[in-house]
Design a protein around this ligand. Sequence first.
Ligand SMILES: C[S@@+](CC[C@H](N)C(=O)[O-])C[C@H]1O[C@@H](n2cnc3c(N)ncnc32)[C@H](O)[C@@H]1O
Length: 265
Amino acid sequence: MQFEHEGWQRVADKYDSVWSPLTRQFIPYLLNDAQVAAGMSVLDLACGPGYVSAAAKRLGAVPTGMDFSENMISIAKAMFPEISFMQGDAQNLPFDDSSFDRVLINFGLLHMSHLEQPCAEACRVLKPGGNFGFTVWAGPERNPGARIVNDAIEAHAHLDVGLPEGPPKYLYGEREECRQVLERAGFDGSSMTYETRSVEWQLPDAGYLFEAERKAGVRTAGLLARQSPERLEAIRVALQEGIKQFARGNDFLLPMAAHVVVVGR
Ligand SMILES: C[S@@+](CC[C@H](N)C(=O)[O-])C[C@H]1O[C@@H](n2cnc3c(N)ncnc32)[C@H](O)[C@@H]1O
């Protein structure tokens, strides 16, 4: 967890400008599928700069945002001073059982090292009848953006560089496997909805994807930081070549897909 925590502390200020324009596009799907409505108490875990909380509040819900990065929490508080944000670990929640109507995690689960612990914690703090909703990136076979990065790394990176182990990159990537993880965490698997949604990430130039991964990411950035200059250059060129097919005028519109999963307890 230390590797992830240090990484998110480091990139917190860049995260908002680089990744939020992409991750925010999935929030309407998440709130809609989780059936967030006015008056509900909503826990937004791994909240980052706080956009899920802000969108829930616009619906009339009462959000609480939590992130383990103090820097992320400072940014969220500055952007949305009317919302309650707190620092804390999603794998060990400081809330009583049955406290919330909804628990949401937008692109946070795959950064947590204890695989099923955040789901079990989400289940514990949900009220009976409540919903847990989350998004995770779809794997390379269904996600052109992920495929470009994946292919470049597989072709050119030296992988055995001593990175601390994280969860499998595309855990929850298959519907039935996902249902089983959620059932083991205490949820009613039969209630699960599992939708794959695609959006376009607008990149201002051909080098943007590489720089985003290198300077504003955490796990991939850690891998890139441990490559030789030659390997790094090969990866940079592969990413640049990979996005060329998505050029639209001066920009690039890169399709990115994620699974939006909702389950009840
Ligand atoms: C990819 S960002 C997602 C941020 C935000 N939810 C969004 O939609 O843009 C992942 C976030 O998870 C947070 N995070 C990672 N592990 C965590 C943990 N164990 N507990 C709480 N937050 C965590 C990071 O600090 C980071 O803000």
